[in-house]
Design a protein around this ligand. Sequence first.
Ligand code: P1T
Length: 384
Amino acid sequence: MRDSTRAIHQQQHTYQDEHHGAVNTPVYLTSTYVQKSPGVYDIYDYSRTANPTRTALQQTLAGLEGAKHALVFSSGMGAIQTVMSLFDNHTHILCIDDLYGGTHRLFEQVLKKFGMRFSYVDLSDAKDVETAIVPETRAIWIESPTNPLLKITDIKRIAEIAKKHDILTIVDNTFATPFFQKPLGLGADIVVHSLTKYVNGHSDVVAGAVMVDEDRLFERLQFLQNAVGAIPGPFDCFLIHRGIKTFPLRMKKHEENASRIATYLERHKNVKRVIYPGLGSHPGHAVARRQMSGFSGMISFEIQGNLEDARTMLERLKLFKLAESLGGVMSLADHPATMTHSAIPRAEREKRGISDTLIRLSVGIEDAEDLLDDLDQALRPRNA
Ligand code: P1T
């Protein structure tokens, strides 16, 4: 089955309603299940451990990611925290030097307290990666494209280095989505997602996922999912599963619109630089072409001027809603320095290139002409 078919049909393969012939997996609003005898039951005993609505979603996600196993969580951060619970307190994690602000906050302000160490390097140079690996390194943490600077990492090459050192490659695939990129096929060991974004796609659920191929790793993560307990409710699972039916269709439109808008911005005189992996000017364009089947719907750009110019432009937008998050059908605009990445100290933020004039767009699936009109009126000079 191809992705567009799988998005619609997978759940009938996972769940067959023998009583009523329902075409969708019902919402099993139950916290517990009757046992035949103490400790004797078929599959389900308690809904933190497993729930049929969740199981059906997990199997569809595994199918889309090309993974053997998937687990879903109450948020992307819940998924990431659970993955980090695989490691002990002496662990060092080597990370790409541009990460979602919340992931950086979890690493620096929570996990460091328990003795874990993190370093941040530009993964584009293999030499830098090799020298940054220390005896305590247990994993390399990649986002590709990154949030918010859309840096591209050659996942296959990093996974080869990681294997040589017997450490895990973990990829946060939220921005690319399984529709455009399948990191397990490139050698990664673990893929994480914020399902809140493109996969659910309607800005009405917060959830996350972890996908793996290896059985032993899956068993350890399944144990941790139950032990930590960051699980989504059945209704959220139902909504995500419903969203997935149009996921491939939506991704094509997100990309088509983003590509037009990136080209428009690149020509605009009030725009200093545009970052979109689909543009020939992006330093990671060749790698992105190789490892992705499309460039997704996120664009970052710097406008001419200062913080006030950025603020004015963002306040003028009408269709693009000024809001955190991304990946929904509705276009959103974000100011990373004061919104999604404000938890990163200013000096570090600026060193990485998250300036006061950086704007991040999550391009939705509206008519591209309307989105271009909105950007056009917002980008006029501040006193015009
Ligand atoms: O919000 P949550 O579902 O917990 O997902 C966290 C997360 C993980 N990984 C990436 C790459 C992310 O972008 C996010 C969440 N990001 C935003 C809310 C944002 O606006 O960037």
